[in-house]
Ligand binder design. Structure first.
Ligand code: ATP
Ligand code: MG
Length: 317
């Protein structure tokens, strides 16, 4: 049963995965409106199942305490990162998840190597960490606006024309190191169309309760649409690896983006296949001794084991 479910999830996300080594041209290869011939109602139902499944896996991941998961979310403005995180993680225990949002780096952050601030937010074993924007900004916004690179105060020899190729390699190496040490890295790019971004910006302007989400910088960045698409395509081509693949999730329909993201995360967890730790012989003996002791403490008239009695009553024994 569990295997069947895992196979279904794997099949669902297969068309979204970027084959390592392939050259991606986002606009040519991925349709932001793709929805796998699914109806919205079916999608909403699936998301509910997916969220419950994630909660179950996360509990096991935490109990096993051996693996960690890092989910990186990248998108153009208004791509739906926040809503995706809110919906996908809605069922999980907040103690096992950490969300970090990365904005313009601080002076302290700029005083370190470029991966420093991301390294500090990595998951511990048993945890899921979500990066809302991630180390990939270092080859996206920093590339589209090279003045960001100047602010990083690199020595002359470290900022030559090969800097982006080098960063791709360094990022791949870093992710491989994490993966080899039990931290799975999974990367989602929310692929929004130009027209849907226009519509979402207008909504943010038209609805007073959404005004706070909009800034003039958003339209200025939109003017660089083609540069961003190029940077996204190159980044995805260079950094989709067997150990940390990219998934390009169609983002024009929020409901489909959310089930896809939930499925990608669920797939990562099915691959880890975390288990509750088995209790050894000695520990089981201890459990039995403790049970006997607690049963002896039962007050006058109370069941010896109220929990077991309740379960028996439920089963009609
Ligand atoms: P929202 O979708 O709600 O607008 P957001 O992630 O866009 O959320 P903002 O505060 O609007 O958050 O923007 C964060 C800004 O930080 C983005 O414009 C992004 O390009 C910028 N940023 C992130 N990482 C870096 C970086 N390493 N160097 C320079 N700028 C960065
Ligand atoms: Mg923004």
């Amino acid at each position: 049963m569990a295997d069947k479910q895992a196979r279904r999830i794997a099949k669902f996300i297969a068309p979204l995965r970027v084959k390592p080594g392939s050259r991606v041209d986002l606009e040519r290869d991925f349709d932001p409106r793709y929805k796998a011939r699914m109806k919205k109602r079916k999608g909403t139902e699936l998301l509910r199942t997916g969220v419950a499944l994630l909660a179950e896996y996360q509990a096991k991941l935490a109990a096993q305490d051996a693996y960690g998961v890092l989910l990186c979310l990248q998108a153009i403005d208004a791509g739906g990162k926040d809503g995706t995180i809110r919906h996908v993680m809605s069922g999980v225990n907040p103690q096992g998840v950490h969300v970090s949002s990365f904005k313009v780096p601080s002076a302290e952050e700029l005083d370190h190597d470029y991966l420093w601030r991301y390294a500090q937010r990595l998951p511990a074993r048993g945890e899921i960490a979500i990066f809302n924007r991630s180390h990939y900004e270092e080859v996206l916004v920093v590339r589209v606006h090279p003045e960001n690179l100047d602010r990083q105060r690199l020595p002359e020899e470290a900022k030559g024309p090969d800097v982006w190729e080098r960063r791709y390699r360094e990022i791949n190496d870093w992710e491989r190191y994490l993966c080899d040490n039990g931290f799975k890295v999974v990367k989602i790019f929310l692929n929004l169309s130009n027209e849907e971004q226009r519509t979402r910006f207008l909504k943010r302007i038209d609805l007073p309760e959404k005004n706070w989400k909009f800034s003039g910088a958003d339209v200025r960045e939109r003017a660089r649409w083609d540069d961003y698409q190029r940077a996204f395509s190159e980044m995805i081509s260079a950094t989709s690896t067997p150990w940390a693949p990219w998934y390009v999730v169609p983002a024009d329909r929020k409901w489909f983006a959310r089930i896809s993201a939930a499925a990608v995360l669920a797939h990562t967890l099915t691959e880890i296949d975390p288990r509750y730790p088995a209790v050894g012989k000695k520990a089981r003996k201890e459990l039995r001794a403790a049970k006997r002791r607690l049963e002896r403490e039962a007050p006058e008239g109370a069941a010896r084991d109220p929990y077991a009695a309740g379960r028996e009553a439920e089963r009609g024994v």
